[in-house]
Design a protein around this ligand. Structure first.
Ligand code: G6Q
Length: 565
């Protein structure tokens, strides 16, 4: 068991100004630039030919996940320089500061403690005098008893029927996590409960769900950290009105529960505070799946599986907290990302889960990564002189192979790929899983090796294609290869391995934020979106102010007013 009290006392309040030195001034950064001048010419094919132990050297296992990072354009020296870059940025002390509850979110003056949400009860940790594990485990007990009642059928709707449908209303961090995890763990789900997720203020979203459910047997979970987010509040009010029309105000407590930090607003909405699941301002939205925001997950898969999910993440936390940087999976993933982003100038990374149940994993990572590290100033407010977070995108394999993989193989940008798969399926259909794994491994091999002009010629000659036709086709059928990828193997997609996988990426994002020197835990761009629409909405619904905006916006408002009239 670790005690965080000691590390906290080592950490001073100078956190915010620790990174005035620009990244490019760190000696290891300059060494990496020189190293890159050579490394950019390395061929992965040759690196493998020259070192039969490359796979053993550049792979490791942690918390139930195996990472093969040998298909990357790097060697031992690269790792040595990258880890010394991380040390030069104070990674170890900043990691300890996060785990210790130091207020590392310096623009919102908040601690960042999603790791405490999955830590054992006896982890000593106080923030602002508050016993964090005590509070966390009190809410976990509430989640346990509530979810058991709903799942067992003890909790009944207002007409005495079992709950059959759960509708989570939330957006961003209050939607993406529970939706992604419920889908990922669908083979563990309760057969009676159907999960639905409504996020968009676009009424088509809620309307489609309401058309499918019955007010007598539906439980609405209103998930909002602030309980003020416009989209969620509008959806919640519409769902409430729909419900009251078919049932009654008095029946509300049996069908509406809330997950929030804002007790006052929850009570004002008409939800019984006893059915409110609390979390805290030190849980960022995109890191909140481990908190009561995970309620739909616990409802779907049961509290024991939810506990395994938390334990899997905790195992990855322990690995991240204690393993040397050179053998630390989140650190390695992060530094490899830095290598491509800052030295190879790669604009994006692609996530390729070869598992249908991870269908929303790329979208989840998109928020985690891009909202955290999509920043252009350092923590001290100075403008950065290096590139930060890449664009993160992707979809499940094998589907992606039949669509955008073309660009990954032969396009003009170098786009590193993370392949993620499970060695064993949770279904029993014969043959499918071997086909899936074969595709996953074949793609990473093809990205790495490519196909040379000579190989193309040979292939076409063997097919008796005419010489002129061969000359014409060779450039089109040649693959440059040397395209890097990581492969992450889970034994099976279970609550535990999924927890570890998400925590792996959370820590990867943290490490990159530390190296870039940004605050990975605020999101002022998202906050902007929360206020921008308000004025225009007033104009659309009421009096137009013809000259309030630029000509384009005025013109669009006028068109919408005409259509809505
Ligand atoms: C996440 C962001 C954002 C947030 C949503 C929902 O890190 O802050 O995605 O989760 O805007 O906010 P509420 O939970 O407060 O409704």
């Amino acid at each position: 068991m670790y005690s965080v009290a000691t590390t906290l006392s080592h950490f001073s309040d100078s956190f915010a100004i620790m990174h005035e030195t620009s990244l490019t001034e760190i000696p290891a950064y300059q060494s990496l630039q020189l190293h890159h001048a050579n490394a950019q010419h390395w061929e992965l094919r040759e690196l493998f030919q020259n070192d039969p132990r490359r796979f053993e050297k550049f792979s490791l296992a942690a918390a139930g996940i195996f990472l093969d990072y040998s298909k990357n354009r790097l060697d031992e020296k690269t790792i040595e320089l990258l880890t010394s870059l991380a040390r030069g940025r104070g990674l170890e002390s900043q990691r300890d500061a996060m785990f210790s509850g130091h207020k590392i979110n310096t623009t919102e003056h908040r601690a960042v403690l999603h790791t405490a949400l999955r830590a054992p009860r006896n982890t000593g940790l106080k923030v602002d005098g508050q016993d964090v594990p005590h509070d966390v485990h009190a809410v976990l007990s509430q989640i346990k008893s509530f979810t058991q009642r709903v799942r067992s059928g003890e909790w009944l709707g207002h007409t005495g029927k079992h709950i059959t449908d759960i509708v989570n209303i939330g957006i961003g961090g209050s939607d993406l996590g529970p939706e992604m995890v419920c889908r990922a763990l669908r083979s563990f789900a309760h057969p009676r409960l159907a999960l639905h997720f409504v996020a968009n203020v676009d009424g088509h979203d809620l309307d489609a769900v309401l058309a499918k459910v019955n007010a007598e047997t539906t439980l609405f979970v209103i998930a909002s950290k602030t309980f003020t987010t416009a989209e969620t509040m509008m959806n919640a009010q519409s769902a409430r009105a729909w419900f009251v029309k078919q049932a009654s105000e008095a029946a509300l407590p049996k069908h509406f529960v809330a997950v929030s930090t804002n007790t006052q607003a929850v009570t004002a909405f008409g939800i019984d505070p006893a059915n409110m699941f609390q979390f805290w301002d030190w849980v960022g939205g995109r890191y909140s799946i481990w908190s009561a925001i995970g309620l739909p997950v616990a409802l779907a898969v049961g509290f024991d599986h939810f506990s395994e999910f938390l334990a899997g993440a905790h195992a990855m936390d322990e690995h991240f907290r204690t393993a040397p940087l050179e053998r630390n999976m989140p650190v390695l993933l992060a530094l490899i990302g830095i290598w491509y982003r800052n030295f190879f100038n790669c604009p994006s990374i692609s996530i390729a889960p070869y598992h249908q149940d991870l269908g929303q994993f790329a979208a989840y990572l998109q928020q985690l990564d891009m909202e955290s590290n999509g920043k252009r100033v350092a923590r001290d407010g100075s403008t950065l002189n290096v590139a930060t977070g890449p664009v993160v995108w992707g979809d499940v394999g094998t589907n992606g192979q039949h669509a955008y993989f073309q660009l990954l193989h032969q396009g003009t940008d170098l786009i590193p790929v993370d392949f993620i798969t499970a060695l064993k399926p949770t279904h029993s259909l014969p043959g499918h899983h071997a086909a899936l794994l074969a595709n996953c491994f074949a793609q990473s091999e093809a990205f790495m090796k490519g196909k040379t002009a000579d190989e193309v010629k040979e292939e076409l000659q063997a097919q008796n294609v005419a010489a002129e036709e061969i000359e014409r086709l060779v450039p089109h059928k040649t693959f440059p290869g040397n395209r890097p990828s990581n492969t992450l193997l889970l034994d099976q997609l279970t609550p535990g391995t999924l927890g570890a996988l998400i925590a792996l990426y959370e820590h990867k994002v943290f490490v990159q934020g530390v190296v870039w020197g940004v605050n990975s835990f605020d999101q002022w761009g998202v906050e902007l979106g929360k206020v921008l629409a308000k004025n225009i909405q007033t104009e659309l619904q009421g009096e137009a102010k013809p000259n309030a905006h630029d000509a384009s916006t005025n013109g669009l408002i006028a068109k919408a007013k005409e259509a809505l009239a």
